[in-house]
Design a protein around this ligand. Structure first.
Ligand code: MG
Ligand code: ZN
Length: 376
């Protein structure tokens, strides 16, 4: 704020409108030493990483209070906070944030599985696959969207969807469910990647042929299911598959390799509700994601060998629960239609969860997962 205006306001004792665009001034700082984890932890056989795109504490809180004060997220014993900023911006996008979590590098906004140097960085999914683990992904966006893409593709720009689809043929990923069929079978290069996946011994099904709940999972082959030609519907308009697909992923992958598995599950559209400043959209998507979390937790409790991590890539919309809200009747306001820079919670359950307390960089999630799983 202009100094003269400020003095003028103070002198006249009139209320100045809040100046939301002014940067916070940097007071004299003293930077404490970097935190390190030195404790002991146990080894996990399987990792299920769940990413709620755009799910900050505001989104979690709104969903909690709209759900009679109960969430499956409450069952996680370890909670940490991650710093989400990207390699070129304090406010990250989903591609840079997912690349940080998947590959352990801070990169520029828009980059998929690449560092600032635009060199490909191997993802935890690719490394797990190479080292004999079974791997899979489930998303409620297209499967080539920034978050899942960063676990399997290496592209300088997130919008290169057809290139990203091609990269699904470069790994031996065992299982994936999501939208975006058109990037595989209606391409500008006229290749039919569904055919090519089948030639690689994948079973490929889609929403148009058979409902997900009627699918018979193959015993030996890999499995792919497309839930939509492009973006899947929001929950509010009838999408119901996230929990079922997550359960399928677990029952498929747990029998696919003796070594264990890595499964990434994304609640993709919490972010889209935030961009639209639509609290009902945010809450319905967060509760859908939380139902999948409940199912995953139940498996992990029975299994005892599975580390479950739930986090987000960033917060979207700056969702604030404001005056006038009541239990089951939350009123939300959004200062922006974009992403924000707040710290993001990380919830952990199971062997290796000990690693996830504290405050750390988003890139640390990659190193902690590798450590917990014993990946080289
Ligand atoms: Mg996403
Ligand atoms: Zn977004």
């Amino acid at each position: 704020m202009n100094k003269i205006v400020l003095i003028f306001c103070v002198l006249l004792s009139v209320g100045c409108p809040p100046n939301t665009d002014a940067p916070v001034s940097k007071a004299s700082v003293r930077i404490p030493p970097k935190a390190e984890f030195n404790g002991s932890f146990s080894q996990a056989k399987n990792i299920i990483l769940m990413i709620g795109d755009g799910m900050g504490l505001g989104q979690v809180s709104a969903a909690l209070y709209m759900n009679s004060n109960r969430l499956n997220l409450e069952h996680f014993p370890v909670i940490g906070l991650q710093k989400t900023y990207s390699g070129n911006n304090l406010i990250t996008d989903s591609a840079a944030a997912a690349t940080a979590i998947a590959c352990g590098v801070k990169t520029y906004n828009g980059a998929v599985g690449m560092g600032m140097d635009t060199l490909a960085k191997p993802s935890i999914l690719e490394q797990a696959e190479k080292q004999g683990f079974a791997t899979g992904m489930v998303a409620t966006s297209t499967i080539v969207h920034a978050t899942p893409a960063s676990f399997i593709a290496h592209q300088p720009l997130r919008a290169l969807y057809e290139n990203i689809a091609l990269e699904f043929l470069n790994t031996e990923i065992d299982f994936f469910i999501g939208g975006g069929k058109k990037y595989f079978d209606r391409r500008t290069d006229d290749r039919n990647l569904i055919k090519e996946l089948r030639q690689k011994d994948y079973t490929v099904q889609n929403y148009f042929n058979i409902p997900l709940n009627e699918v018979m999972l193959p015993r030996k082959k890999n499995f792919v299911y497309f839930t939509a030609d492009d973006d899947p519907l929001p929950v509010q308009r009838g999408r119901t598959y996230l929990t079922a697909a997550s359960k399928m992923g677990i029952s498929f992958l747990k029998n696919h390799s003796e070594k264990g598995f890595f499964l990434m599950i994304e609640g993709s559209q919490i972010d889209w509700g935030g961009h639209a400043n639509n609290a009902e959209y945010v809450v319905s998507e967060t509760l859908d994601f939380d139902r999948a979390i409940g199912e995953v937790l139940e498996f992990a409790k029975r299994d005892q060998n599975t580390l479950v991590i739930v986090t987000a890539d960033h917060e979207t919309g700056g969702l604030a629960i404001v005056e006038g809200s009541k239990m089951d009747e939350v009123k939300a306001e959004f200062p922006t239609g974009k992403h924000t820079g707040t710290l993001i919670p990380v919830f952990a359950y199971g062997p290796g969860s000990e690693l996830f307390g504290g405050i750390y960089e988003n890139t640390e999630i990659y190193f902690k997962m590798k450590k917990a799983m014993g990946l080289k």
